[in-house]
Design a protein around this ligand. Structure first.
Ligand SMILES: [Zn+2]
Length: 244
């Protein structure tokens, strides 16, 4: 059962709008859950500026998607949609949730974005991870200081050089189901097909993109991620490789 109560998580994905996580990295979240990891999502807005569906519709849809993804935690920061601002107040709101959930891994949107909310979600999330770890920063009794061990950036659908891919072949069906839970957005009507020009159905779009990434690494479906830092490796001969 998904809850919004504080709890220890292994992974927390932070994104601007409901359905962002499902579309960009839902397969990877599902895979981590399949491996027994505790996963949660923090959505920053209620999506009230979306042209389709009310905020109430989207609340119910987000809960249904959370169940399909096996999330233990989902919370909404209720920042104004399309007006997310990078300020200290918002950074501290997210830092509180990082302390409440103590994730080892945080997934953020990629650092180049067309929609400002997506970009600002990345900036807020990055700074919040830092602030949450400051021992001397008081956050109204929000548990122990905590800094996530790793931040990765979901760069699926971005035309950039990705750092690594995650095989989601075993999770693709459920990823599509989780996105389909957002019926108000993707109901198959001609209007819902206009979200991705030129009228490409989002499910086809996700499948084709995941197949394209999968083809790069010799699996059927994959999601793409980027990291900012270099990786230190002791034994290059033991690096994970999947030959094509
Ligand atoms: Zn979005």
């Amino acid at each position: 059962m998904v809850s919004s109560d504080p709890m220890k998580l292994d992974v927390l994905a932070i994104a601007a709008h409901r359905d962002d996580v499902e579309i960009t990295c839902g397969g990877t979240i599902l895979k981590l859950v399949d491996m027994g990891k505790k996963a949660g999502v923090l959505d920053l807005t209620l999506g009230e500026m979306g042209t389709k569906g009310s905020a109430v519709d989207r609340t119910n849809e987000a809960e249904e998607a959370a169940e399909i993804m096996g999330l233990l935690f989902r919370r909404n920061l209720e920042l104004p949609d399309s007006a997310v601002e990078v300020n200290r107040e918002n950074k501290l709101k997210i830092a509180r949730i990082i302390r409440d959930t103590q994730p080892e891994l945080v997934i953020l949107p990629f650092w180049l974005q067309r929609h400002p909310d997506h970009l600002y979600a990345m900036q807020l999330g990055y700074d919040a991870c830092y602030l949450a770890g400051l021992k001397k920063l008081e956050l109204d009794g929000h548990s122990e200081p905590h800094r996530p061990r790793k931040i990765i950036y979901s760069s699926s659908f971005r035309d950039v050089r990705h750092s690594f891919y995650v095989d989601i072949t075993g999770q693709m069906d459920r990823k599509l189901k989780a996105v389909a839970a957002y019926k108000s957005q993707f109901d198959g009507t001609p209007r819902s097909r206009e979200i991705f020009k030129p009228g490409v159905d989002i499910f086809s779009y996700m499948s084709i993109t995941a197949m394209h990434y999968g083809h790069q690494v010799g699996v059927k479906y994959a999601e793409a991620f980027s990291i900012r830092e270099n990786i230190l490796i002791d034994d290059p001969s033991s690096m994970p490789v999947r030959s094509i």
